[in-house]
Design a protein around this ligand. Structure first.
Ligand code: IMP
Length: 195
């Protein structure tokens, strides 16, 4: 059974796990899907980030019995009506092909001068019968060409507001301090530590 301070994070992404374990410190024991013997391909069939994070957290709670949280992130570009949004991972292809996704984004924005965008992360936490949602956002712009080789996904073409470089040109610490996921995770940890 789950201990009082044990939570499953519905991911096997090693980068996300180490990031959240570092932020959470010793107060909470965070297990991955692999840690609980879950190798399910959890469907992400929701129409919104909120729905997808809920589907993933609910999947673990219902089938494995653990209190759990799950995240979903999207890049919302104003000039594209909020696209790629919930389809960010599969924008260009069915696979998570970051280079193809980024190339398609730049193609769809060619000739467009209004390039405002934001990353938005939604985390759903399910404890017992209660679900809570935490969000984090970072505003910025889509650059005209990729720059930098750090980070992942759309980082080379996303320049946060007030910065003169992209997320891919920043250190992990610089990015985590203001990022969508960093902010959503901080809200989650603050809530957990308060309860
Ligand atoms: P996920 O929900 O965290 O798996 O994110 C969905 C997709 O959004 C990923 O496949 C990436 O393409 C993109 N994405 C999420 N977080 C970031 C980020 O911090 N930088 C750049 N792209 C991201």
């Amino acid at each position: 059974m789950t201990g009082q301070n044990t939570l499953v994070f519905a991911t096997n992404n090693a980068h996300k796990l180490s990031e959240i374990r570092r932020i959470a410190g010793d107060s909470i024991r965070i297990l991955s899907l692999a840690d609980i013997g879950c190798s399910d391909d959890i469907p992400e069939t929701g129409a919104t980030l909120e729905e997808n994070s809920m589907i993933k957290a609910r999947w673990v709670k219902d089938r494995y019995g653990y209190d759990c949280f799950a995240d979903d992130t999207g890049l919302e570009v104003d000039a594209l009506g909020g696209e790629p949004g919930v389809r960010s991972a599969r924008y260009a292809t069915d696979g998570h092909d970051s280079a193809a996704n980024t190339a398609l984004l730049l193609k769809n924005l060619s000739g467009v001068s209004h390039r405002k965008a934001r990353f938005r992360t939604v985390i759903t936490l399910i404890e017992g019968d209660t679900a809570n949602i935490f969000t984090g956002e970072v505003e910025g712009e889509i650059t005209s060409k990729p720059a930098g080789c750090g980070g992942f996904g759309y980082d080379p073409v996303f320049r946060p507001e007030g910065w003169n470089k992209t997320f891919a040109e920043a250190t992990a610490e610089e990015k985590n301090a203001i990022s969508h996921r960093g902010r959503a995770v901080a809200a989650l940890i603050e809530y957990i530590n308060r309860h």
